[in-house]
Design a protein around this ligand. Structure first.
Ligand code: K1U
Ligand code: ZN
Length: 172
C-alpha cells in the first residue's frame, strides 16, 4: 500500500474537473490495490472520503470511512456508484474537501439518496443513505463528474477559496 499525493485546486484544477470513466471488467486485484492506496491516503490526510480522481486516477471509484475516533475503522468502497433515487427534501451541511484544503462551507443537497454500486469484492449493493453518509456520497460522486463542493457556492466565495488555497500552497 502507498500514500499518494492528493491533488488540489492550487495546481491541478484541470485534472479535478475531468469526468471519471466507469470501471470496466469488474473489481480486479489491480483495482483493489488502487482502493487500498486510496484508503491509506485518506486516513493519512486525514479525511472521511476520497475519489480516485483526487489522486489523479479518473476512474469511478470512491473510498470512505465515517467511523468516529473511538470506533473501530469501517472502510467502505464504492465502484461505479449511481444515484438511483434522491429525496425531494433538501438538507444543508458544512463540507470540506482535501482538494480545497482548509475551506469549509455549507452546501444544500438532497437529504437522502439511494446508491447502487459494486463493493470491494465486486458484489452489487444498494445503500439507502441519509445524514453524513448521504452528504459524503454526494460530495464524492460530484468529484466523479469533475464538480467540487465550492462549485455549489457563489462565484465570489469560490474565487476567494481558490485564491486562498493557492496563497497557502505558495507560502508552503
Ligand atoms: O476531499 C474529500 O472529498 C474528502 C472530504 C469528504 C467530505 C467531508 C465533509 C463533507 C463532505 C465530504 C473530507 O474528508 S474533508 C476532511 C474532513 O471532513 C475530516 C477530516 C478529519 C476528521 C474528520 C473530518
Ligand atoms: Zn472533496
Amino acid at each position: 500500500m502507498a500514500i499518494r499525493e492528493i491533488l488540489t485546486v492550487a495546481d491541478h484544477s484541470s485534472v479535478l474537473k475531468q469526468t471519471s470513466t466507469p470501471v470496466e471488467g469488474g473489481v480486479t486485484d489491480d483495482l483493489r490495490a488502487l482502493m487500498d492506496d486510496m484508503l491509506e491516503t485518506m486516513y493519512a490526510a486525514p479525511g472521511i472520503g476520497l475519489a480516485a480522481v483526487q489522486i489523479g486516477v479518473p476512474k469511478r471509484v470512491i473510498v470512505m470511512d465515517l467511523a468516529r475516533k473511538e470506533e473501530p475503522p469501517s472502510p467502505r468502497y464504492f465502484v461505479n456508484p449511481e444515484i438511483i433515487w434522491r429525496s425531494e427534501e433538501m438538507a444543508t451541511a458544512e463540507e470540506g474537501c482535501l482538494s480545497v484544503p482548509e475551506i469549509y462551507d455549507d452546501v444544500e443537497r438532497p437529504a437522502r439518496v439511494h446508491v447502487r454500486y459494486l463493493d470491494y469484492h465486486g458484489g452489487e449493493q444498494v445503500v439507502e443513505a441519509d445524514g453524513l453518509l448521504a452528504v459524503c456520497l454526494q460530495h464524492e460522486m460530484d468529484h466523479l463528474e469533475g464538480v467540487l463542493f465550492i462549485d455549489h457556492l457563489s462565484r465570489l466565495k469560490r474565487e476567494r477559496a481558490v485564491k486562498k488555497v493557492k496563497k497557502v500552497a505558495k507560502a508552503a
